[in-house]
Write a protein that binds this ligand. Structure first.
Ligand code: NAP
Length: 308
């Protein structure tokens, strides 16, 4: 069994070490030294050159080094083999840390206290219990579920919204287009953890912000394409929204002259909400290869019809 590995070569070393440690009996070939194309059965890749995957006649599965698969779907000739998203415990844990941190920042009025500190002004704002703060998570998949559970454990009143109906202990689950308005109406802090699809592009827009209670906050740690940037600026200026924490942007890196950088009600982070560790990521790839070789379908395969 041969696995082809391709990522940004500056970051390749720890990945190759983890692959060698956890797949001692398997041959790893590193792009562009791919040798005979017939040998390759698995590919673990970030942004492979268009046509490369199609040129591997015995390829069984493509493993994405990222959760999102936008770097793969740029290839118009992707072969009809399963594509597996990166789902691994470090990535999930780090996203939950980011979400909890940003929710707590809004819950504890951190933006207001920074502004008061800058003015050397001592003022105690109204304090609220976590259970009086309603957090709403758009997307109850691998990442949304974990964040929802941890926030509920901290005492927040948590709801989630997904495409299909869900049941989760301690979480109010809404689904589908008819579930969106009631979900928004009860949400003080909104977190976006949706995949970027035709149905979700631009979902964080004026119409959605208007359905949140006045003074709500928004956290986007999914993809920049979910947010209509001028609508966010308008909602903040109007006071409909009190703040936003953004990790992802339509254009990355965020341009120097972008209004978000200096906005007093926006927290900008440079797409660092979640990260994968090679050890834990390779562990999930090895588990999936073992499944496939035992004749089972891979876990976390992308359903191209629904778009994620
Ligand atoms: P996932 O497991 O595929 O879950 C996606 C969730 O979104 C599911 O609950 C799904 O509903 C829901 N959903 C999809 N389309 C919907 C629609 N039209 N209406 C309502 N709900 C919809 O994805 P994940 O692993 O949690 O990852 C979520 C996203 O996080 C990724 O796609 C990526 O964009 C982003 N991400 C960002 C970073 C970062 O560093 N900022 C890192 C990793 C991932 P069902 O459950 O009903 O299918």
């Amino acid at each position: 069994m041969t696995l082809l590995f391709k990522c940004d070569m500056t970051a390749a070393e720890p990945w190759l070490e983890a692959l060698a440690n956890q797949m001692p009996d398997r041959e790893i070939r590193v792009f562009p030294d791919i040798g005979s194309r017939e040998d390759i059965e698995y590919a673990l890749v970030y942004e492979p050159p268009p046509g490369l995957m199609k040129s591997l006649p015995n390829l069984k599965v493509i493993f994405s080094l990222w959760v999102g698969i936008d770097h793969l779907t740029k290839d118009p000739e992707l072969p009809p083999v399963p594509v597996v998203r990166m789902v691994e415990r470090c990535l999930t844990a780090s996203m939950t840390e980011y979400v909890v941190q940003q929710v707590l920042n809004f819950h504890k009025d951190c933006l207001d206290y920074r502004a008061l500190q800058a003015k050397r002004h001592w003022e105690q704002l109204e304090l609220k219990a976590a259970w009086d703060r309603n957090v709403g998570i758009l997307g109850l998949g691998t990442l949304g579920r974990d964040a929802a559970e941890k926030l509920a454990a901290l005492g927040f009143n948590v709801a989630g919204w997904s495409r299909m109906q869900k049941e989760m202990p301690d979480i109010d689950c809404y689904h589908g287009s008819e579930g969106l308005s009631p979900f928004l109406a009860r949400t003080h802090i909104l977190v976006c953890l949706l995949p970027l699809t035709d149905a979700t592009r631009g979902i964080l827009n004026k119409q959605l912000f208007e359905q949140l209670p006045r003074g709500a906050s928004v956290i986007n740690c999914a993809r920049g394409g979910h947010l209509v940037e001028p609508d966010l600026l308008q909602a903040l200026d109007d006071g409909q929204l009190a703040g936003a924490a953004l990790d992802v942007f339509e254009q990355e890196p965020l341009p120097d002259n972008h209004q978000f950088w200096n906005h007093p009600r926006i927290v900008v982070t440079p797409h660092i909400a979640a990260f994968s560790l090679p050890e834990t990521a390779v562990e999930s790839v090895v588990n999936n290869i073992d499944r496939i070789e035992a004749g089972q379908p891979p876990l976390n395969a992308v359903d191209f019809e629904r778009g994620y």
